[in-house]
Design a protein around this ligand. Sequence first.
Ligand code: NCD
Length: 341
Amino acid sequence: MELPHIVSAKDFTRAQLDALFERAGTVKKQLSNKGRWAEERYVVEQTFYGLLTRQTMALLFDQPSLRTSSSFETAMYALGGNCVTYRNASRESSIAKDESLEDTIEMLSGNPTVSVIVLRHPEVGAAERAASVSSVPVINAGDGLEHPTQALVDLFTIQEALGSVEGKYITLVGDMHARTARSLLYALTLYPNVRVYLFCPRGLWLEENARQYLLDNNLIPTESEHGLLEDKAPSSDLLYVLRPQKENWHKDIKNQELRRRNIEKSVEHYYRFFTVDNRILAHMPKNSIVLHPRPRGPELPTEVDSDPRVLHKVQGRNGGPVRIALLEMMHSGEWKKLANK
Ligand code: NCD
């Protein structure tokens, strides 16, 4: 029996996304109907509460996280299940004693009360490795290359705000080595007539194999390190702003002081040309939106937050309903059923 792992956005089908977003929209309405402590809200929640009673989600996080980990945990609790969480897995699980990722996953998934594993890990291919030895579904909550559930949250937010994803002009701004960018781009290949423009600093281009995947799937990105963002803004339906992933920069420089100075210089250039502030927003159409997977820094200054087109907070909050809907669909078998459609 093949398990409904969520490893890469390349595996998504359009039928899965359409069904997920419809369900997530309903869940979102149910959750926002009443005040947080209101008794009525508790009644409304009965519509999905209890589905995963006595089931446990094991979260193994080996990198920092706020939005992803908390929305998976609260989604599991909202469905009536439990969580066991390792937040600094390389220090607090037996990985600290050199237990391999494979042995760790095999052990956790072998526990008869664990029904799903959520993994965040810095290495390329970690989710795939975990899925290959797990006896329960593994969800990739961010590994070396991908962050597929963030792409689900992003696409849900785009569809909710713009009515559809198809035919939209999407500009990604900044560091294309971000795993959130890669997963979003892969998932965008499922939507016809999307145009993508990548505006990124030299050296932070999308890698060749990722680019090739897009070309093979009829998404032809235009890329530039030149020009000005304000020239691209007027034709964009969406600006997707990315954080400089500076922890990964200039890794080839061994001298720490030299590396620090190089990073500092690159960051300065980044904030100068790849920041979306009120000046850029002034060039954007009325019905456009701005998203950011967060955490954000000066590349999306707080001055933009009062503009109704800037939706990164809504996007962050959509993580809950989308992950509740995803767990429901994985549990009911619908996710798997729609895998080949
Ligand atoms: C991102 C991540 O960890 O990949 N955060 C998230 O989960 N939304 C973004 C980042 O760190 O740049």
